[in-house]
Design a protein around this ligand. Sequence first.
Ligand code: GLY
Length: 366
Amino acid sequence: MTETVHVDLGDRAYDVRIGAGLIARAGAEIAPLLKRPRVWIVTEETVAGLHLAALEAGLRAGGVDSAALILPPGEATKSWPHLIRVVEWLLDQKVERRDMVLAFGGGVIGDLVGFACAILRRGVRFVQVPTSLLAQVDSSVGGKTGINTGHGKNLVGAFHQPSLVLADVGVLGSLPARDFRAGYGEVVKYGLLGDAGFFDWLETNAPAMAKGDLALRAQAVRHSVQMKADIVVRDETEQGDRALLNLGHTFGHALEAATGFSDRLLHGEGVAIGCALAFGLSARLGLCSQEDPSRVRAHLADMGMMRDLSDVPGDLPGADRLLALMAQDKKVVDGQLRFILARGIGEAFVAADVPVEAVQAVLQGR
Ligand code: GLY
């Protein structure tokens, strides 16, 4: 069964379709949006090896031709050189403004290709076909696109909404367990930031979901996407509420930077540790009960996930260096770090006046 979450953004509105088997039906799903029956797929080697033939066949079955550009996998692809490569390829292919580009892969491909489409001819349409859990529940929805630079993550980018998102939960079965668990960091984030009932549901159901239950996977993706869509519709360009989606990200991005955006720590792993630290900081500041961070950490432990700084393999820099890395975050306003803190599970809010000593203490494990 396919479910639809509508992202109601007026003339930029679109559907997120969620279900198993959507890649095989991609042509029928996408054809109604096309001005000519051809699309341009940008993907990466791992996803291409596993699923590109199925996507091309699914497009052909709906009468849609395609051409594909295959990039290297990994975070390093979200960079200036690959942005240039994508844009030049699309220009070589004579892609026009009303054509459709498909971003077929995880968050790296979605962010890079979305950004290429934002700047190509001042805006070309694109469809997100996310293949990782992280991309299905978070990065493919809401129109944030961009690349990393030497200065940090996602520092160059644009808001550019997709025309459609096809989240085929069937492909999640081909994810390495570590990637699935990392994506789960973004799922648990939704319960923690705004829906205590969803967090309860995850405590009960997430272990079976991680083992492969497709119905539970579809349910978790749908609920996460609905929560994200509701927030994005309220605050598309992050003037307020959308910042809640960054729960765990200020800590997480600093940890990712400290580990060189490498395999030592995947984005969702950084977010999971970041959520545990955000609850630790909230408890230290007397905002939530001491039990809340323990409950968060116990659930992450149940899911076999990292939850403490000491879980990150290898040495980490000290608290001062981690704080300096946080200061480069986009969430800095007037030089002040903004954190997403919580008054309890499901009750996050944006805090602009967090004492630096409290952050230091949490980073030092005091
Ligand atoms: N990933 C956070 C956002 O889309 O706002």
